[in-house]
Design a protein around this ligand. Structure first.
Ligand SMILES: [Zn+2]
Length: 177
């Protein structure tokens, strides 16, 4: 596994053509610098994820098992309480040659004459999908409660027009504390 880092570009690439038949394990960490590449705004979440890719090469087939394990620091969408969200996923991928645009959840397609596999997009999407669209730990877990003060403030000050600016303000204060 090569973590290639040139100007604003971190990619996870495995050069597989010279690998002997059998299984090969590649490990690396995924952090904010990687995830940030896909976002124009600064990330609010803090990513700390270990990735393990087991690449199995047979005569005519190539398969990968991608395991992602770690945490994402998030804040409650409702009241901004900080929360560490654990993620653990495992997915199985077939690697085939053809048109990369036809890749799916289960098949990663690389160019006909490519000697390397770029897992960057796949990893980014897997992590994004592992994170729920709406994060409200206070509703999901008994031991976490919404920050009532923040909720009160949002309720008092809120008209739909300035909702996002109030939220941004609260968020800013929260991180400065
Ligand atoms: Zn909450």
């Amino acid at each position: 596994m090569r973590r290639k880092e040139s100007l604003h570009k971190i990619e996870y690439i495995i050069e597989y053509t010279d690998l002997p038949a059998g299984s090969h394990l590649f490990e690396f960490s995924v952090d904010n610098a990687f995830m940030q590449q896909y976002h124009s705004d600064p990330l609010e979440n803090n990513f700390n994820i270990q990735a393990e890719i087991t690449l199995t090469k047979h005569n005519h087939s190539l398969q990968a098992v991608v395991k992602l394990k770690g945490t994402i620091s998030v804040i409650c969408d409702k009241c901004l309480v900080p929360y560490v969200y654990p993620i653990e996923t495992e997915s199985h991928l077939l690697i085939e040659r053809g048109n990369p645009e036809n890749s799916s959840d289960e098949i990663l397609i690389i160019e006909e004459n490519d000697n390397k596999i770029n897992f960057s997009q796949y990893i980014y999407e897997s992590i994004s999908l592992a994170l729920p669209y709406r994060i409200v730990p206070c509703e999901v877990f008994d031991n976490i409660e919404c920050d009532q003060e923040v909720l009160k403030k949002i309720k008092e000050d809120l008209s739909d027009k300035n909702k996002s600016s109030i939220f941004a303000e609260l968020l800013k204060n929260k991180f400065q504390q």
